[in-house]
Design a protein. Structure first.
Lengths: 376, 317
């Protein structure tokens, strides 16, 4: 995969002297720099621009989840917005008022908020990821952010970092002290879907090669069959990708695999139609879900999940497979149980972390309930 | 501009360059002309040996039919640029109000030529209630070129504006087929849009042409039936399209109906599936008027509820 290097950096005055901007300038020597007081919404869309803003919101958020469906209790570390991989189904297309790649330059404040959260929440286990509003590694060759956050998580006793990507930009992960606290995760689809709907992303071979390399570096891995897309040859397509996955990596390195069928807000449909006129994904058999998103009719979803989970179990029956944003009846239909029967989805994933990564949820701070020591 | 009487023989009645055809009945205008004559001057412009008509095509037709020799006209002299004449013509049309979709298509087609599709002044577009997006303008422009059959249906109220916009870029064969279907069904605007969208989506899903979808045997059977009226035909066509667009869901619904029937619930008891079978919100509805009736329904229902058949229905895929 080749990333198109941004040719123009627009930075807000407040972050004009930030370490992030300095790194960007070093790694993008050809790019012009414009410093402005405030980058508002609605600037024109340009794939050549990267904006660096002084982010005033919360860096750490709970995964928005969706009502009526089981959520995994994930936390999102918000480092930037937008993605230039431009997959046909991507929700980020709907963020029309902020169309450009945007990074948050005040990383010191991000680390301070993260440290504060972790020191105030010393019980349990925190699964934190950066790939919700942007791809975790897309701009990493220029920002080098992983060189800061991966070692940070290595020192946290009860938190793991998940970097979710469709790229193979893993060079910065080399030689980092990750302490076994970082999971590098890839979204997977059949080759045919990758070519058609995610054409600017790394190929499936490139992703699996990158995963193999990360595993060799001691990183743990995760995979997300999300969004699963309905098409004529879906069984052979997904079957082949699963085969290739287990040929490429040792299942013992995989912490979890999630499955989620394509779903989107109805407002995204005309956007996909206009921006990706050759894509047929919006013509699937969608119904309006309990959360008002368009989802494949439940029997189709259950069939996807049952098939893919079965193929995964053939390779490793113990591997943690979970469904992203699905109801109990779909869980039962496709996986044979629902999360509540195993203590809930979040504890299920916590157990997977404990089993594979050896990081257990903290249940007791050693001085009674969660009460700080007198000296703290 | 000059206002004067002009002999009909001086006017090129065949030149329709400035015409904005309405494709609708003008008997009300005929009545008025018959009673009061031409009250509003016809607009002409000097372009060649004879005058071209700018506005007043119907009035002139009436005048000719009724043997008038001359009519009162507003003349745009030869130094008027065609573009300026058109702008005034369109401005007048807008202020007269009641522009039908066929006229609207023609006007937008002209405006796109005069200004370029992306440069049409917002005041025109907002008066015509058209969004300024390039895609929307492009569809209206295509619509203006679709020919008299389509514009006739649009102006005559047989085809609604939204459905027309959806089909504006279809091939002529597809257009002819869908138009003849909608004309025969005489359905509401929202149903027209639903039918058009379904045909389009089924064609894309199944990788067929729209014509292939529209000429499916099942459609033919419904449309050629002499026993069904247009409402029944509309219902059946919508059902067919829903089955084609949502085959798995339709199959499941049908199967559910068959299963419930086979379960043999007593009268007054009804099993209701969640919308699109999504989530766990199944319902058992009991309708009764007396306590004894309820007890009877419950006694008959309980064994069925306890049976494995119910689990099969709830869990069937």
């Amino acid at each position: 995969m080749i990333v198109r290097a941004p040719r123009r950096i627009i930075a807000e005055t407040a972050v004009a002297h930030s370490a992030l901007l300095e790194t960007l300038r070093k790694n993008l020597p050809e790019a012009s720099l414009q410093v402005v007081d405030r980058i508002g919404d609605g600037w024109g869309r340009s794939p050549d621009v990267v904006e660096v803003v002084d982010f005033r919101g919360k860096f750490l958020k709970s995964c928005p989840g969706t009502r009526c469906y089981n959520c995994c209790g994930y936390k999102i570390l918000h480092l930037g917005t937008q993605c230039s991989i431009d997959c046909a189904y991507c929700i980020l297309q709907a963020y029309l008022n902020q169309p450009n790649l945007r990074l948050f330059g005040n990383l010191d404040e991000m680390f301070s908020e993260l440290s504060g959260f972790l020191s105030q929440n010393r019980l349990g286990l925190h699964r934190i990821g950066t790939g919700e509003f942007t791809d975790s590694l897309l701009l990493d060759p220029f920002t080098g952010i992983t060189r800061l956050i991966v070692p940070f998580f290595a020192k946290t006793p009860n938190a793991v970092l998940e970097l979710k990507t469709k790229t193979n930009f893993i060079e910065n992960l080399e030689g980092l002290d990750h302490g076994g606290h970082t999971i590098v995760a890839w979204s997977l689809n059949p080759e045919e879907i990758q070519r058609r709907e995610e054409p600017l992303s790394a190929t499936i071979s490139e992703r699996l090669e990158a995963a193999r390399w990360c595993a060799a570096q001691g990183y743990f891995l995760a995979f997300h069959f999300d969004p699963i897309i309905d098409y004529a040859r879906w069984q052979s397509g997904y079957g082949q990708t699963i085969e290739r996955l287990f040929e490429a990596v040792d299942p013992s390195r995989i912490v979890w695999i999630s499955l989620g069928a394509l779903r989107f807000m109805p407002d995204l449909k005309p956007i996909i139609k206009a921006r990706h006129p050759s894509s047929r994904i919006i013509y699937g058999e969608f119904i309006r879900g309990l959360d008002s998103k368009l989802r494949y009719f439940r029997d189709i979803r259950a069939e996807f999940y049952g098939f893919i989970a079965d193929r995964i179990r053939r390779a490793d029956p113990e591997l943690c497979v979970y469904l992203c944003m699905e109801s109990d009846d779909i869980w039962r239909d496709s996986l044979g149980f629902c999360p509540d029967e195993r203590g809930g989805l979040a504890p299920m994933l916590d157990r997977a972390v404990e089993k594979k990564m050896g990081i257990a949820p903290v249940t007791d701070l050693g001085f009674g309930a969660d009460k700080p020591r007198a000296s703290e | 501009m000059d206002l004067r009487f002009v002999a009909l023989s001086e006017i090129d009645l065949e030149d329709s360059g400035f015409e904005v055809p309405s494709f609708c009945d003008w008997s009300r205008l005929r009545d008025s002309l018959g009673r009061f004559g031409i009250l509003d001057p016809v607009w002409l412009c000097e372009r060649s040996a004879r005058y071209s008509v700018v506005d007043g095509f119907k009035r002139l037709r009436w005048a000719k039919e009724n043997g008038s020799r001359r009519v009162v006209c507003l003349i745009f002299e030869s130094d008027w640029a065609e573009r300026d004449v058109w702008i005034r013509r369109i401005e007048k049309k807008i202020f007269e109000g009641d522009i039908n979709p066929a006229e609207k298509a023609r006007i937008i087609g002209v405006l796109a030529k005069l200004f370029g599709p992306g440069q049409i002044p917002g005041a025109f577009l907002s008066s015509l209630r058209v969004g300024g997006r390039g895609e929307t303008i492009g569809k209206w422009v295509k619509l203006s070129c679709t020919g008299s059959q389509m514009l006739g249906a649009l102006g005559g109220g047989e085809l609604c504006e939204r459905a027309a916009i959806e089909i504006a870029d279809w091939e002529q064969t597809d257009l002819d087929l869908v138009l003849s279907l909608l004309r025969a069904l005489r359905c509401s605007d929202s149903i027209q849009v639903e039918i058009v969208e379904r045909v389009k989506e089924i064609a894309i899903r199944e990788q067929k042409t729209r014509a292939e979808v529209l000429t499916m045997e099942a459609f033919g059977e419904v449309m050629t039936s002499e026993e069904l009226n247009h409402r029944e035909k509309t219902r059946l066509i919508r059902e067919l399209l829903a089955q084609l667009r949502y085959p798995r869901l339709s199959w499941r619904r049908k199967r559910f109906e068959q299963d419930v029937e086979a379960l043999g619930l007593p009268r007054g008891a009804r099993l209701v599936a969640p919308e699109a079978f999504e989530g766990g919100g199944w319902q058992m509805q009991l309708s009764f008027s007396r306590g004894e009736e309820l007890r009877k329904i419950l006694r008959a229902t309980l064994p069925l509820v306890e049976s494995e058949k119910l689990e099969e229905i709830l869990g069937r895929r």
